[in-house]
Design a protein around this ligand. Structure first.
Ligand SMILES: Nc1nc2c(c(=O)[nH]1)N[C@H]1C(S)=C(S)[C@@H](COP(=O)(O)OP(=O)(O)OC[C@H]3O[C@@H](n4cnc5c(=O)[nH]c(N)nc54)[C@H](O)[C@@H]3O)O[C@H]1N2
Ligand SMILES: Nc1nc2c(c(=O)[nH]1)N[C@H]1C(S)=C(S)[C@@H](COP(=O)(O)OP(=O)(O)OC[C@H]3O[C@@H](n4cnc5c(=O)[nH]c(N)nc54)[C@H](O)[C@@H]3O)O[C@H]1N2
Ligand SMILES: [Mo]
Length: 764
């Protein structure tokens, strides 16, 4: 039951380490190839020129990296271009397509082939009699969902998933609908992504978000980049790194793999460098901890700083610690008691290398620590992010220019979704204001997150599932169990731009509701509308599509939500349709409900939008103590048991989460292969496995159950002993539903316990 994810191979699999700089001509060539394949020579480049531009452009849906605050630079990247072109394809999935293929037949297609059919054009409903999706009017589609929701015994039998693309206005309406219905069941992609970061920073600093912005990146003396493959997943960070290197800042990468961003780059918009093929370094030190070893490494750095402070009063910022923090004494005690041997063993890094990283930190006046999934998707993700904060607090790296924590978010508006109410554990104060302003009685009990929703489906407790974007079936852990859960539903509804696996793994009844993409014009009664988004650094700005919609039958996401809500809540006093006529009206309501959104309509129209106020940045801590809180968590044991490996699942260069562009992973030197596992050559030798030998991978879950992938090809790679890596979403097959962090409830997708052995049957 492995999902056929990838693209048809254009040749035999190959692997040869990549030695070129990141971005630069490799990226330019790849973009050219991609535009040619999608037939987007004219509209593609025209759209790209409108991306991320001050006033009037649309926000690149590719990632959540902020726009350059100078606002004048053509700041784009290969993967952003691919992402936008993907949405703008000329190919269409129309009623003739669905008439020609049964769902059972489509189930055998690869995920690449499904999305490659192009944009969805009209609402479709599943017909069990013929096993086809058939056209349905918007009105009937809304009524079908409305009726199913009205007929639930309990509103908590509905679950409303959000993928982090959704604009702020649609987000607000979506959560309002769920809460007016009476449920906080708002699972979202963040439950698999940065939940740990939010919880850790909330506890430590009283904010769920990073405190720095691009200006800070430009003035930091040292940047620590943990667990992110920036060249592929936040490519515009390369610009910041190259500029930092040019001005003499230190850049330390912490990653079991030495990724492309940890070497050098040619910035594509730097035409002179491009012409001269002149690369800039993007790293001054690379540290390769074992998978899950970050917390021990950070503690080692803290230990070195504390040791130094015995004879160097400048090593610690004692005034800052005294004025603004609590829990220091306990933390110091714990760090001092943790032996170096333990730190070395758990981090997988020797003392000398840890001291080198610590020296960079100690010598820098201003440090930023940035991280992504390599830190969060672990059992102890929350503790590790708190250790990041601990380390920052030691030297007062908070609340001043060039310093602070800086998580790199995933989806382009995932941060905005949380800000605007997508939270299965909403704060009581938020609900109070929602009740007061919107005149509803929101439920107070916590709702279900992604994992809990899947479990509840399987128990028959969630009966209606609405997916607002995303590809829940493939993105979620434990593929077989997630499929089974979706199939128990009475009704599954997906609001999507392209055909994907989640449309085929459906409930008894199912709907596909096609929506406008971010690049497209959104015309409503009140004229052309814009939506707002929030980037990784809390900047909120408008995004305006300019392309003709892929089909005249598409609706915007706010319009679809309003249609669903009006049908599900016939007695609602909320003016759903009135809101949709003019999104300024939604923003006016949001301004009254959301913290930091005062005067929303005016401020969002400022040239670069506005920054949501960030109390921790001003050294105001909304924590119980009113101070920044040190944590004193014990080091977890992350050393793999003998014979086992710690396996991390990650993205290739040529994919966007569950969307696969090709089977290549350029920066890691792989071509035509996704069903692989990167291994340390010694671990391969020990198992009698040679390069490209097929292997069977078996994960053992906490409950002792096992899950396997067979016939994957072993690729020798520069990765610490005991560690292995491979691609999501294929490897979700290996991640048991019960294997989520007890700290964040996040599936531990970066830390599966596996055995690898020569395949019993070659190939698969
Ligand atoms: N082009 C493109 N851009 C994207 C996405 C995409 O799929 N394609 N996805 C978007 C989304 S939703 C997100 S959340 C982000 C994801 O961005 P990333 O966090 O970069 O995503 P991953 O590919 O999962 O890679 C995680 C990195 O963590 C490293 N790693 C694994 N285990 C550990 C560990 O224990 N410690 C450390 N320090 N590192 C470790 C891996 O080697 C890898 O470099 O990117 C966003 N941007
Ligand atoms: N094993 C493993 N699993 C993981 C991860 C991992 O690292 N390892 N990462 C996790 C993370 S960080 C995330 S964020 C999730 C991602 O989970 P999701 O967000 O659920 O998945 P995506 O692949 O981003 O969703 C792609 C689909 O979104 C739809 N879409 C695209 N644009 C739009 C739009 O503008 N509007 C609407 N309505 N729909 C649109 C298209 O139909 C497309 O097929 O996956 C998680 N799963
Ligand atoms: Mo994500």
């Amino acid at each position: 039951m492995e999902p056929g994810v990838g693209a048809p191979p254009s040749g035999p699999p190959s692997f040869a380490p990549y030695h070129h700089p990141a971005a630069g001509w490799g990226a330019a060539k790849s973009v050219t190839k991609f535009l040619a394949r999608e037939g987007e020579w004219v509209d593609g480049p025209r759209a790209i020129l409108k991306m991320n531009h001050e006033n009037g452009g649309f926000d690149c849906p590719g990632c959540a990296w902020p726009d350059d605050i100078k606002g004048l630079k053509l700041d784009l990247c290969e993967n952003g271009i691919k992402h936008v072109t993907w949405e703008m394809t000329r190919k269409r999935v129309d009623r003739a397509f669905f008439a020609a293929h049964t769902v059972t037949e489509l189930e055998r297609w690869s995920d690449f082939a499904l999305e490659d059919q192009g944009r969805l054009t009209e609402p479709m409903a599943y017909d069990p009699g013929t096993d086809h999706y058939v056209p349905i009017s918007w009105k009937d589609a809304f009524e079908l969902v409305g009726q199913a929701l009205r007929e639930l015994d309990d509103p908590n039998q509905g679950a409303f998933y959000t993928s982090g693309r959704l604009g702020n206005e649609a987000t607000f309406l979506y959560q309002l609908m769920a809460r007016e219905l009476g449920t906080n069941n708002l699972p979202d992609c963040s439950n698999m992504c940065h939940e740990a970061s939010g919880r850790a920073m909330q506890a430590a600093l009283g904010t769920g978000k990073g405190t720095v912005d691009l200006k800070d990146w430009e003035s930091a003396d040292a940047l620590f980049i943990l667990g992110v493959n920036a060249a592929s997943n936040a490519p515009r960070m390369l610009t910041a790194l190259a500029e930092a290197h040019k001005r003499g800042a230190q850049i330390v990468h912490v990653n079991p793999l030495v990724e492309a961003a940890a070497r050098r780059t040619i910035i594509p918009h730097d035409f002179v460098d491009m012409a001269l093929n002149k690369a800039t370094a993007t790293s001054t030190l690379n540290v390769q901890p074992r998978i899950g070893g970050d917390m021990a490494l950070l503690r080692g750095m803290a230990k070195a700083v504390l040791e130094q402070s015995a004879h160097d009063p400048k090593a610690l910022d004692e005034l800052f610690i005294e004025r603004h923090t609590t829990g220091f004494a306990e933390y110091r005690d714990l760090v001092e008691k943790t032996p170096w041997e333990e730190i070395e063993r758990q981090s997988g890094v020797d003392r000398e290398q840890i001291l080198r990283a610590a020296r960079v930190y100690r010598d820098a006046d201003r440090s930023i620590i940035s991280w992504c999934l390599g830190v969060t998707q672990h059992e102890h993700g929350v503790d590790t992010v708190r250790e990041i904060v601990n380390l920052l607090l030691l030297r007062g790296n908070l609340g001043r220019e060039g310093a602070g924590p800086s998580p790199v978010r995933g989806h382009s508006n995932v941060q905005g979704n949380r800000t605007c109410g997508i939270d299965h554990r909403p704060a009581p104060e938020f609900l109070d204001r929602l009740a007061e302003v919107c005149g509803i009685d929101p439920p107070r009990a916590h709702g279900k997150d992604t994992v809990a929703t899947i479990e509840a489906m399987n128990r028959g407790e969630v009966k209606v599932f609405v997916g607002m974007g995303g590809n829940f079936a493939l993105a979620a852990p434990d593929t077989a169990y997630t499929y089974a859960g979706l199939r128990t539903c009475e009704l599954t509804v997906h609001v999507s731009t392209k055909l994907n696996r989640s449309h085929l793994v459906h409930g008894r009844r199912a709907l596909i509701l096609p929506c406008l993409g971010r690049t497209e014009k959104d015309a409503q009664r009140g004229g052309e509308q814009q939506t707002s988004v929030e980037d990784s650094m809390s900047m909120v700005h408008l995004s305006k599509g300019m392309k003709r919609p892929a089909s005249p039958h598409l609706l915007s996401e706010p319009a679809i939500i309003a249609g669903l809500a009006a049908a599900a809540l016939p007695d609602s006093a909320t003016p759903w349709q009135w809101y949709v006529e003019d999104y300024d009206r939604i923003r006016d309501t949001m301004a009254k409900v959301l913290d930091g959104f005062e005067d929303f309509n005016r401020r969002v129209r400022l040239p670069l939008g506005f920054r949501i106020k960030q109390p921790a940045r001003e050294l105001v801590f909304l924590t119980p103590s009113g101070k920044a809180e040190f944590s004193a968590a014990p080091l977890p044991d992350v050393v793999p048991a003998p014979g086992t490996l710690a396996l991390g699942t990650m993205r290739s260069h040529d994919q966007w989460n569950t969307t696969i562009y090709s089977d290549d992973d350029r920066y890691r030197g792989v071509k035509n292969l996704r069903t692989l596992v990167f291994m340390n050559p010694d671990d391969m030798r020990e198992r009698g496995v040679a390069r490209f030998d097929p292997v069977d991978i078996t994960a053992t879950a906490r409950d002792g159950s096992t899950r396997s992938l067979n016939g994957y090809l072993a690729v020798p790679y520069d990765i610490p002993r005991g560690c292995a890596a491979g691609y999501m979403p294929e490897m979700n097959v290996l991640c048991a539903i019960g294997d989520y962090s007890t700290q964040s409830d996040q599936p531990i997708m970066k830390h599966l316990k596996v055995t690898v052995e020569p395949a019993r049957q070659p190939g698969h």
